[in-house]
Design a protein around this ligand. Structure first.
Ligand SMILES: Cc1cc2nc3c(=O)[nH]c(=O)nc-3n(C[C@H](O)[C@H](O)[C@H](O)COP(=O)(O)OP(=O)(O)OC[C@H]3O[C@@H](n4cnc5c(N)ncnc54)[C@H](O)[C@@H]3O)c2cc1C
Length: 382
């Protein structure tokens, strides 16, 4: 068992770390404050190949794997979570369903632009009335001749309303299964399709430089060929996408937790109280040591989940453990980093204030902490 990174993985990590420091850090506070989407940063991430990391070269990807994506997410989130979640959602929720379940024609239509970062895609599962209980989907799609007619709405959809958003995948009820349960399918809806409306962006507590909208579908018609994979496979598809996505969110959470350590060390050496740096107090040293302990162990948890996934082994429980643990410790570290910064930690100009505001959603998105516990308990046979 060897958790050390290969030279190639180290090189990727180093280049994303440098990009985050040199390109993201100088501009992100302004975007965060103004709630604007960092198009120029995203464009440069596209040029670096980050949107194509886990995809094969035949489809326009970089020929890497899901772990490479996780390493990039960790390094981005160490500086800023808005750009990290934009990448996470674009790759793991946006492009991945097309890559995993799409026809060759759908892949040829969408993947080149999505994998280059030229275009973004959203993943429309959550609805205003149902999130954790995704089987409660109300959005309906009815086949009318050679078109699907979609009616319903989706809530909190990331990357769904940027100037470069090309499409969203939407889960919808397309019938009834033999056992009486809802038949769920996934349908591709291109941006600009008549009847598809994107509401103005939400006013959010954190991730304010990322893009999140409510979507409505009002007799929205798309070709029958826009069905993703087989009819009735929607449930299985989003379970797979979310299982993987949890590893990516765990990586993002570890990045935020490590960023809290970085900023706390810097500040503990710089800030003086009672005639010495605050870092000379063992109480502060122990806080930072505990923060490092948490970031390190959460990292091992996501490395383990990713290794199992890439080996083709079952990884559902390990992904849920990684996501649950990493999001919990990200909130812990953000709280302690803010505390170490005293009053300045409550000022938006300090990165730890952003970390604090960005940490809470990690316990909610892509399955709440309660849902992760449900998954773990179920996997243990309970
Ligand atoms: C910024 C942001 C971006 C997002 N991006 C996307 C996206 O791109 N695509 C997408 O589809 N969704 C997205 N989401 C939605 C997100 O995944 C959901 O908010 C999340 O899954 C929780 O669903 P909910 O908000 O409906 O909460 P609910 O399901 O209503 O849950 C409310 C509370 O009840 C608890 N609860 C529910 N059921 C149980 C139970 N059986 N036992 C114990 N506790 C329970 C939950 O854990 C939670 O604490 C995003 C959300 C946000 C805020």
């Amino acid at each position: 068992m060897d958790f050390r990174l290969t030279d190639e993985q180290e090189a990727l990590r180093e280049s994303v770390r440098e990009f985050a420091r040199e390109v993201v850090a100088p501009v992100i506070a302004e975007h965060y404050e103004q709630h604007t989407f960092p198009y120029e940063v995203i464009r440069q991430m596209g040029k670096m190949g980050l949107f194509g990391l886990p995809f094969d070269e035949q489809h326009g990807g970089m020929g890497g794997d899901y772990f490479a994506l996780c390493l990039a997410l960790e390094e981005l989130a160490r500086v800023d979570s808005s750009v990290a979640i934009t990448l996470e959602a674009a790759v793991s929720l946006g492009a991945m369903p097309i890559y995993r379940f799409g026809t060759e024609e759908q892949k040829a239509t969408w993947l080149p632009r999505l994998l280059s970062g030229e275009a973004l895609a959203g993943f429309g599962l959550t609805e205003p009335g149902t999130g954790s209980d995704a089987a409660g989907t109300q959005t309906r799609a009815v086949l009318d001749g050679d078109e699907w007619v979609i009616n319903g709405s989706k809530a909190f959809i990331t990357n769904s309303g940027t100037d470069i958003t090309a499409m969203v995948t939407v889960t919808a009820v397309t019938g009834t299964n033999p056992d009486g349960s809802k038949e769920l399918s996934t349908i591709i809806v291109p941006t600009g399709t008549p009847g598809f409306t994107v509401a103005p962006g939400y006013s959010k507590v954190g991730w304010t430089a990322s893009d999140t909208h409510e979507l409505t579908f009002d007799d929205c018609r798309v070709p029958a060929a826009n069905l993703l994979g087989a009819r009735g496979r929607g449930f299985a598809q989003f379970l797979r996408i979310l299982d993987e996505g949890r590893i990516a969110i765990a990586a993002l959470a570890v990045g935020l937790a490590q960023g809290c350590v970085d900023e706390s060390i810097r500040y503990a050496k710089e800030r003086h109280a009672f005639g010495q740096p605050i870092g000379a107090n063992q109480a502060i040293q122990f806080k930072i040591a505990d923060m490092e302990l948490k970031a390190h162990t959460a990292r091992l948890a996501y490395y383990d989940a990713a290794a199992r996934m890439l080996a083709g082994e079952p990884f559902k429980r390990q992904a849920a453990i990684a996501k649950l643990h990493a999001s919990t410790i990200a909130v812990d570290n953000a709280r302690e980093a803010t505390q170490i910064h005293g009053g300045y930690g409550f000022m938006n100009e300090y990165p730890v204030a952003r970390f604090w505001r960005d940490s809470k959603i990690l316990e909610i998105g892509e399955g709440t902490s309660e849902v992760q516990r449900m998954i773990i308990a179920r996997d243990l046979g309970l």
